[in-house]
Ligand binder design. Structure first.
Ligand code: PLP
Length: 453
């Protein structure tokens, strides 16, 4: 593509668009990287430069770009119909996908409710849990328990559970109240406790807050094994099963937000499997279509589903939905995604790369003086950089160290995105040994160049 075209695109991006989570004044000072094509695990910009997609196009790509099976599923479905509504009608791909999702989900989840994004899948779970208690004679159960720094999406409901002071303080007054408890990371990292002690401390803290609100608790919501957007805060399976048990003992439902962790990301199909957890509601998004189309789903148990049954004039139905709910194009590509998981045995196949990642992180990355902590679960990892790693002193935010690192990495042909000063690695599950090495080398060198100056 000619440079004149680049200039036109840049001008129009700066003139017409408003990017998410972006300070547009800073954005408009810079030349945007404009992506035109994809090929396998690479993104290709308008001038033909190739970049390894190190965060799976924001955590959703699974099998790489232009995967023939997924492209074909889309075109074949487009040859039939792109969209028809699920309000009052059914459609073929949504039905077939529903059956397949139930067959791979943690056992006990038997009903599939579609939406278009992870935030909506969480919104649906909140609304289902709240209405479930209204319908089953415990109307006082309205309170949700979430983990400190959890992220559940960006609608008002999901922000109420995943509030972050930095991002959401301007809408604080619009949110409904939720209660929070600190996950083991807080105790382990900030208070320097040993891992086992941190888990028991965190479970005791959870038990106290759950006890205080016994009888009012509608549900616990948790990102199982790894709080992604917090900056990759991992917790052991013991904590996951422990806090779920505490919530259930208090009569509350358990919602697993697997929008980031689902579809092989943690080295199991769903992160709940690491703890044998059978949630009452499970939210899926991101990887559900292999990273092709906006689709999400909330899975529910038969017990929850049955509470909503009645005659039309009883108004017990779940009154919720979006125009594109159950979109056939998205459902068709999601089915093809599940087909690839089966045919290419993705979860098995990625185990060597997961080990390669952890060996390298535990080896040379951990030895870097400004690497304060490394957290990994499967193919999701965070490398936390600090001014003084020993004494846990952060870099001044004006130094934008995380941002510097990802810009260096970009010059070396790798796209990654930081969360503050945590460098996130989340490559497509299709990444091979040499591509992963290329990614890790670029990130290692970038961290060195920025922190050891
Ligand atoms: C990304 C994410 C969401 C929100 O998904 P969107 O599709 O961006 O709305 C919700 N929960 C978790 C755990 C996520 O990582």
């Amino acid at each position: 593509m000619s440079s004149a075209t680049y200039e036109t695109l840049k001008r129009d991006d700066h003139r017409y668009l408003w990017h998410p989570f972006t300070q547009m004044r800073v954005w408009m000072r810079d030349d945007p990287l404009i992506i035109e094509r994809g090929e396998g695990n690479y993104l290709i910009d308008v001038s033909g430069r190739r970049y390894l997609d190190g965060v799976s196009s924001l955590w959703c790509n699974v099998h790489g770009h232009r995967k023939p099976e997924l492209d074909r599923a889309l075109t074949e479905q487009a040859g039939r119909i792109a969209h028809s509504t699920m309000l009052g009608l059914a459609n073929v791909p949504a039905i077939e996908l529903g059956r397949e999702l139930v067959s791979i989900a943690p056992s006990g989840l038997s009903r599939v409710f579609y939406s278009d994004s992870g935030a909506e899948a969480v919104e649906v779970a909140i609304r289902m849990a709240a209405q479930y208690w209204q319908l089953t004679g415990q109307p006082g159960r309205k309170l949700f328990l979430a983990l400190t720094e959890s992220y559940h999406g960006d609608t008002i409901g999901s922000v109420s559970l995943g509030y972050s002071e930095q991002f959401h303080r301007h809408i604080r007054g619009l949110l409904f109240p939720a209660i929070k408890t600190d996950p083991p990371h807080v105790f382990r990292f900030y208070r320097r406790m040993a891992p086992e002690a941190a888990v028991s401390e965190a479970l005791e803290a959870a038990a106290r807050v759950i006890d205080e609100h016994r009888g009012e608790l509608a549900a616990l919501i948790i990102e199982p094994m790894m709080q992604g957007a917090a900056g990759m805060w991992s917790h052991p399976a013991d904590y996951l099963s422990g806090i779920a048990r505490l919530a259930r003992d208090a009569g509350a439902l358990v919602i697993a937000d697997e929008v980031a962790t689902g579809f092989g990301r943690t080295g199991a199909m769903f992160a709940c499997e690491h703890a044998g957890l059978r949630p009452d509601l499970l939210c899926m998004g991101k990887g559900i279509t292999g990273g092709y189309m906006p689709l999400a789903a909330t899975l529910a148990t038969e017990e929850i589903f049955e509470a909503f049954l009645g005659e039309a004039n009883e108004y017990r139905a779940f009154y919720y939905g979006h125009t594109y709910t159950g979109n056939p194009l998205a459902a068709a590509v999601a089915r093809a995604n599940l087909g690839l998981f089966r045919d290419e045995r993705v979860v098995e196949r990625i185990q060597p790369q997961i080990k390669q990642l952890s060996d390298d992180l535990d080896g040379r990355f951990a030895a870097l003086p400004n690497v304060a902590d490394i957290r990994q679960c499967g193919m999701m990892a965070g490398i936390e950089l600090m001014e003084d790693a020993q004494r846990r002193i952060s870099y001044d935010s004006s130094r934008t160290v995380g941002h510097q690192v990802i810009r260096r990495a970009r010059d070396k042909g790798v796209i990654i995105r930081p969360l503050g000063d945590v460098i996130i690695l989340m490559p497509p599950l299709s990444i091979g040994e040499s591509e992963l090495k290329f990614l890790l080398d670029a990130v290692y060198d970038s961290i060195r160049e920025v922190t050891l100056r």
